[in-house]
Write a protein that binds this ligand. Structure first.
Ligand SMILES: NC(=O)c1ccc[n+]([C@@H]2O[C@H](COP(=O)([O-])OP(=O)(O)OC[C@H]3O[C@@H](n4cnc5c(N)ncnc54)[C@H](OP(=O)(O)O)[C@@H]3O)[C@@H](O)[C@H]2O)c1
Length: 217
């Protein structure tokens, strides 16, 4: 797959590296430092390169949107026409000081994004785990019980593509339905962040749900 990374920070840098190491073609874009993009590409391997957001979009099948909420309009403006693309968003609609969700309950960041990029298929994924756990999960990708990763979207074909990427990253995809389910994923992520950054176990946390046979008392 050809994947354009829009926002090459903690999430975009690591996920882009993981996708490249899983065999995908990756273009890292949108950083204040071109040198950083070049370095990320160099470390990710031969199938990765650095580019502008427009170059990241040009041949991409999938775009990963990984910027702060207050940079979404800017990166989309720089990206140009994204119609026909699958946009995976891990971007949370956080306030400028990163303390609270500024979209919630009746909408979600993913749904608001979808309104901005009509013609593209938005899938919400990867945003519900901290960046600190990504390499640990990828490095353990052959384990029998990988962590789950919640994802949702309205386009089934786009979701299948993203489910493959989730598997490539070492997680087991957990489909929670239409894009409006991001209204529940995004606040859940705040809980995961609390565990990661305020809990005793350190920031490299992921999650796994368990399904049991229902039993009588
Ligand atoms: N970090 C996490 O663990 C985590 C977990 C779940 C969801 N998320 C969400 O994922 C999204 C990305 O988070 P992140 O932690 O990866 O953010 P980040 O590390 O700050 O990365 C954001 C990227 O945007 C770039 N950028 C910012 N301002 C720019 C500008 N004016 N011009 C060009 N590039 C600019 C940054 O450039 P530089 O390279 O120059 O810094 C960086 O590459 C956010 O919406 C966040 O809420 C994050």
């Amino acid at each position: 797959m050809r994947i354009g990374i829009l926002g090459s920070g903690l999430m975009g840098g690591k996920l882009g590296t993981i996708f490249a190491r899983a065999g995908h073609e990756v273009v890292f874009s949108y950083s204040r430092s071109e040198k950083k993009l070049e370095q990320l590409a160099g470390e990710a391997g031969v199938s990765a390169r650095a580019g502008t957001p427009r170059e990241a979009v040009a041949d991409a099948d999938v775009l990963l949107l990984a910027v702060h909420w207050n940079r979404v309009d800017d990166v989309l403006r720089q990206a140009g026409d994204v119609s026909g693309k699958i946009i995976v968003t891990c971007s949370l609609p956080m306030s400028d000081d990163d303390t609270e969700l500024v979209v919630a309950h009746r909408s979600s960041g993913a749904e608001e994004l979808a309104k901005k990029v009509r013609g593209a298929s938005v899938v919400s994924a990867f945003g519900s785990v901290p960046s600190e756990v990504l390499f640990a999960v990828f490095n353990a990708r052959d384990s029998r019980e990988p962590p789950h990763l919640l994802y949702c979207g309205d386009d089934d074909e786009a979701k299948e593509t993203v489910a493959d990427l989730i598997r490539d990253a070492g997680f087991e995809p957990t489909d929670v339905g239409p894009l409006r389910s991001a209204r529940y994923i995004e606040p859940f992520t705040m809980l995961v962040a609390r565990l990661a950054y305020e809990g005793d176990g350190g920031p490299a946390v992921a999650y796994r749900f368990e399904w049991r046979e229902e039993e009588e008392a």
